[in-house]
Design a binder for this molecule. Structure first.
Ligand code: PLP
Length: 355
C-alpha cells in the first residue's frame, strides 16, 4: 500500500523541465541557478537539477543546503536569503556563496570565514522596485568598496529580485538598470564580475523575449522548474510539464448531504462565519488531508470535482459523479504555496518516481 497523503515527485519530468530551461536560456547567454527551497533539501531533486545542467543550487535556508551538501560535496550552493548573523558560521561552512544586503552581515561572514580558513563568495542584492530585499542603488558602490576590502570574502557580483513582494514585473527598464549598475561597478573598481543575477521565474518572459539581455548572465529558477509555469500570470511554459509534482489524498467519508447547514451559524474552526447557499443535495467526499498538510486554496482538483472547504485535518470535495468511495485516492495539482506546505508537513509522504 502506498502511504497517503503523499507527494508524488516525478524526477524525469523535473529533469525535462530543468534541462529545457537550461538550454533555452543558454542560447541567451544566461545560466541557471536551480532553486530548491520548496524541496526541503531533497538529495534526489538536487542531483536531478545538477544532472540537467543547472550551474549552481540556490536555497533560502541553510538547513536545506546542509542537507543537500551530504550528497553533493562539490556542487556550488548559494544561500539566496540574506544570512542571519546567528547562522554566519554555518553559512561559510556549507554555502559557497550568499546573497547579501547588509554590510554588517558581510563583516561577520568575513570573520567566520577567517576562523574556518575558507573563502566565502558574496553577491550583493540591489533594490529595483519590488521593495523586498536589496541595497538602494545609491548605496551600492560604498557596499562594494567595503566588501572588496574584507578578508576571506570574494565579491562575486550583483543580483536583484522582483515580483515577490509587490509583483513588480522584470522589464527592459529595470533590467537595463541592473546592467548599468554592473558596468558602473566594473569601471569604478576595475574588475570583472562573475555573476549578474537578473531574478527568478518571473524573469523568464523578459529573458526569452528577444529583449536586450545586457550584462545579465544568471537566473534563479524554482517554480518554473518544479511546476512548469511562469510566475507573472501563472501560465504554463511551452514544452514543460505542469504535473511533475502531484498530491494524492484518500477519501474517508462519501455521502450525499444538503448544501445548507442546519442550525444557527457562528464561527467555524478558523474564526470565519461561513455563508452557504442552498444548492440542494450534493455528493460530498471528505479526504484525510487538511491545513496541517497543505494549502487547500492552492489545490487543483480533478475534472468533475471541486474543493469546497477545509479544516486542519479534513478536506471537503464535491463531485458531479458518484465515483468517490471510501478508500479512493484523489490526485491534485498544486500551486507553489500548497507545494511548500506539503513538502514541509511531516504527515505527507514524499515518493520519488524515476524510470
Ligand atoms: C524563491 C526565490 C527565487 C526563486 O523563485 P521562483 O519564483 O521559485 O523561481 C529566486 N531568488 C530569490 C531571492 C528567492 O527568494
Amino acid at each position: 500500500m502506498m502511504p497517503a497523503p503523499r507527494l508524488v515527485i516525478d524526477l524525469d519530468k523535473i529533469y525535462h523541465n530543468a534541462h529545457r530551461l537550461v538550454n533555452r536560456l543558454a542560447q541567451r547567454g544566461i545560466s541557471v541557478t536551480g532553486v530548491t527551497k520548496a524541496t526541503l533539501g531533497s538529495a534526489e531533486i538536487a542531483a536531478t537539477l545538477l544532472k540537467a545542467g543547472v550551474k549552481k543550487l540556490g536555497d533560502s535556508r541553510i538547513e536545506n543546503i546542509e542537507a543537500m551538501r551530504i550528497g553533493q560535496q562539490s556542487a556550488l550552493m548559494t544561500l539566496i536569503r540574506s544570512p542571519m548573523l546567528s547562522q554566519a558560521q554555518r553559512v561559510v561552512r556549507h554555502a559557497d556563496i550568499s546573497c547579501n544586503t547588509e554590510i554588517e552581515v558581510i563583516r561577520r561572514l568575513s570573520f567566520e570565514a577567517q576562523k574556518a580558513e575558507c573563502q566565502h563568495g558574496v553577491v550583493l542584492m540591489v533594490e529595483l522596485g519590488d521593495l523586498r530585499e536589496g541595497i538602494m542603488p545609491n548605496d551600492l558602490l560604498d557596499c562594494v568598496r567595503e566588501t572588496l576590502s574584507l578578508p576571506n570574502i570574494d565579491f562575486k557580483g550583483i543580483g536583484t529580485n522582483l515580483a515577490c513582494r509587490s509583483g513588480v514585473a522584470p522589464d527592459a527598464r529595470n533590467m537595463a538598470k541592473l546592467t548599468e549598475l554592473a558596468e558602473l561597478i566594473e569601471t569604478t573598481f576595475a574588475l570583472q564580475m562573475e555573476v549578474v543575477s537578473g531574478g527568478n521565474s518571473a524573469n523568464l518572459q523578459w529573458a526569452l523575449s528577444g529583449e536586450e539581455i545586457g550584462r545579465i548572465n544568471d537566473l534563479r529558477l524554482g517554480e518554473a522548474i518544479l511546476l512548469g509555469c511562469e510566475t507573472l500570470y501563472r501560465q504554463p511554459l511551452n514544452g514543460l510539464h505542469t504535473d511533475a509534482i502531484t498530491l494524492a489524498a484518500e477519501v474517508i467519508e462519501a455521502k450525499v448531504k444538503p448544501t445548507l447547514p442546519s442550525g444557527q451559524i457562528a464561527q467555524n474552526a478558523f474564526g470565519e462565519t461561513p455563508v452557504a447557499a442552498d444548492r440542494g443535495q450534493v455528493t460530498q467526499a471528505i479526504l484525510a488531508i487538511g491545513r496541517q498538510d497543505t494549502d487547500p486554496d492552492g489545490l487543483q482538483a480533478p475534472a468533475g470535482t471541486e474543493v469546497m472547504g477545509a479544516s486542519s485535518d479534513h478536506l471537503i470535495l464535491e463531485s458531479a459523479g458518484d465515483n468517490l468511495f471510501v478508500g479512493t485516492e484523489v490526485t491534485f495539482q498544486l500551486n507553489y504555496s500548497a507545494l511548500v506546505r506539503s513538502m514541509t508537513s511531516p504527515y505527507v509522504a514524499k515518493i520519488m518516481k524515476q524510470i
